[in-house]
Design a protein. Structure first.
Length: 448
């Protein structure tokens, strides 16, 4: 039965997911231990509960000398049942952690819901993995219905009910536990932010799943395309975040008064843009490889070179961002050290921009050799990165034209916003051509 297969696959993924979730929990716990030793048990309660429960789950998991299909199925079923217990335990510890953090007035370095949101993001990546590898769909019960998105919205309404119930429980516990009680508004904002994050993630995933399912049918009929329709989704996420990030920067720079809330939002957006930009760059690269590999004249060596360069860029960019943010926190009391770090970071970004330009050039050469439609439009993002490199080398001509540095920065951000919109529209034109049938050839596998 399909339902039994679905349950078995979910159990298998949860087994693998348990390892990644433990690594994530350990990472956040160590970071919190470094920056806030005083209240580590309170602030790190969700991570502690997750690590202990995962260790107990692993120790008590069925172990057999010979691994066969029966043993694997039992193990998957065991992890399905374990997660039904672990999930409410982690949520409960998260609620208690929230209350105690504000009762003792703990000084926070990170947002209390950062771990939970990161945990949910990994779950999202895990669900994408399920669809790609096992062809098991979360919305399988109504994926063929015309009212697909109405059913998706119904599920989102159920999520809202759960979040509202959790907020009610938190409010009640907040009244029962002694300490500062004027935090219900803050709890409401945090739960609302978490609901928006969960609902958005699920909605995005549902679009992905719908496209994947219907394109798999199209492929089974012999229709082949250069890119999947999900490329619209990937690009919308990445460029949507960049556009919002630049708009917030514009509001901050144009505002006469310092707005703490906008600065906080900008800080959160900067981290989100960094993570999503790198993650989706990898996702888009492999998705493109998957669809291109079906073409008769697919050049694997050229595509593998692009993938290797992309991984180099992502790893170096990620390491630079994390190390830079870490050092800024350590040397935040030293203006000289902070300025030195900023200058070093500029030159590192220049080097990374060169690597990204090479990736874009390789991608353009590939499209040209394959004689893809509208391949010349790929020159636009190449020119954008090239001009950015020139501006970095020349130390921004705008800062020489304007004596007021903030004015020059505001104009730079506005230009960046305009260029981002142009590149986004440019990619949409490309996808509109590449999602159409390119070749007709019988196939069996689909994992775009």
């Amino acid at each position: 039965m399909i339902d039994e297969r679905r349950i078995d696959v979910l159990g298998s993924v949860k087994r693998k997911f348990s390892v990644y979730s433990m690594i994530l929990a350990c990472f956040f716990f160590v970071i919190k231990l470094i920056f806030n030793k005083a209240y580590i048990f309170i602030e790190g309660l969700p991570e502690i509960i997750l690590i202990i429960s995962m260790l107990i789950t692993y120790i008590k998991s069925p172990k057999e000398a010979v691994i066969d299909e029966r043993v694997t199925n039992n193990l998957n079923d065991y992890y399905n049942k374990a997660f039904k217990i672990i999930t409410p335990m982690v949520l409960g510890s998260y609620i208690l952690s929230l209350i105690f953090i504000f009762k003792v007035n703990a000084s926070l370095v990170f947002s209390p819901n950062l771990f939970i949101n990161a945990f949910l993001f990994i779950m999202f990546i895990g669900m994408v993995f399920i669809v790609r590898k096992h062809h098991v769909y979360l919305n399988e019960s109504f994926i063929e219905e015309k009212k697909y998105y109405i059913n998706v919205l119904k599920n989102i309404s159920y999520m809202f009910t759960v979040c509202a119930a959790l907020f009610a429980i938190t409010t009640l516990l907040n009244l029962l536990i002694q300490g500062s009680g004027d935090t219900n508004t803050l709890f409401l904002m945090m739960y609302l932010a978490s609901f928006i994050n969960i609902a958005t993630t699920y909605f995005i995933y549902s679009i992905y799943e719908y496209n994947h399912y219907h394109e798999s049918i199209q492929l089974s009929e012999g229709n082949i395309f250069i890119v999947t329709k999900n490329m619209y989704l990937y690009l919308s996420i990445v460029f949507g975040l960049k556009i919002v990030h630049n708009l917030v920067r514009v509001f901050i720079l144009a505002s006469e008064n310092f707005n703490v809330n906008l600065v906080t939002i900008l800080s959160y957006l900067s981290w989100t843009v960094f993570v999503y930009d790198l993650v989706f760059l990898i996702i888009m690269t492999y998705s493109l490889k998957s669809t291109l590999s079906r073409l008769k004249n697919y050049a694997s060596r050229q595509m593998n070179t692009i993938i290797k360069m992309t991984w180099i860029y992502v790893i170096l960019y990620g390491l630079n961002y994390v190390i830079f943010e870490f050092l800024v926190v350590i040397y935040n009391d030293s203006t000289l050290n902070t300025m030195l770090l900023m200058n070093i970071n500029i030159w590192i970004h220049l080097f990374l921009s060169f690597i990204y330009l090479i990736i874009l050039i390789l991608r353009f050469k590939y499209a040209k050799r394959q004689n893809f439609l509208r391949y010349k439009l790929l020159i636009i993002p190449m020119m954008s990165v090239f001009l950015t490199i020139l501006a970095m080398i020349g130390r921004s001509p705008l800062q020489r034209l304007f004596s007021n540095t903030s004015t020059a920065i505001l104009i730079e951000v506005l230009i960046s916003l305009f260029v981002t919109l142009i590149i986004f529209i440019n990619y949409l034109f490309l996808i509109s051509a590449y999602t159409k049938t390119y070749e007709t050839n019988a196939i069996e596998v689909y994992d775009a």
